[in-house]
Design a protein around this ligand. Structure first.
Ligand code: OFO
Length: 170
């Protein structure tokens, strides 16, 4: 069974993951409006992954005989700017989520909860990957600029992203 402190911080993390899904979905709609279907697809796939992240936490709390407490999800921003601005915002958001995951890991140490420490390691690695993926897109946008032909090629590249569900215990 998990302690109350761990239960609370995991429930807060569920909320952050679902907020992330909301944010990526809002961005996906924004890119769609701009006619950037590949950018829209990439962020929509990310929204699905964020929902998976929330559900993995949800299932873990239940497995550890804790209580799931779903909190209100904040409304995401709607003022996104250029594709480069958007990806810089995404990067800042992912850094925030990484800090949050690190705090969960820290608390598992304080609570001597080795099972949750082991569980949260997956999120630590996932954040490394997410920050790197977003950084890669930022670098391309910074290096090649945001002219229409560049956006066209990058849009085609981002359209190739496939969704692979993440599930707990699989
Ligand atoms: Fe759940 O990783 Fe992004 O936010």
């Amino acid at each position: 069974m998990i302690s109350e402190k761990i239960e609370n911080i995991l429930n807060e993390q569920i909320n952050k993951e679902f907020y992330s899904a909301y944010l990526y979905l809002a961005i996906s709609g924004y890119f769609d409006e701009m006619g950037l279907k590949g950018f829209s697809h990439w962020t929509r796939v990310q929204a699905k992954e964020e929902m998976d992240h929330g559900m993995i936490l949800f299932d873990y709390i239940i497995e550890r005989q804790g209580k799931v407490n779903l909190k209100q999800i904040e409304m995401p921003d709607t003022d996104f700017g250029t594709p480069l601005d958007v990806f810089k915002k995404i990067y800042a958001h992912e850094k925030y989520v990484t800090d949050s995951i690190n705090c969960v890991a820290n608390m598992t140490d304080e609570e001597c909860d080795l099972a949750t420490r082991h569980f949260i390691n997956w999120y630590i690695s996932e954040q490394v990957e997410e920050e790197a993926n977003v950084d890669d897109i930022i670098k391309k946008l910074e290096m090649f600029g945001e002219e229409k032909s560049i956006l066209y090629h990058l849009d085609k590249e981002l359209k190739e992203r496939s969704y692979k569900p993440h599930t707990y215990n699989s």
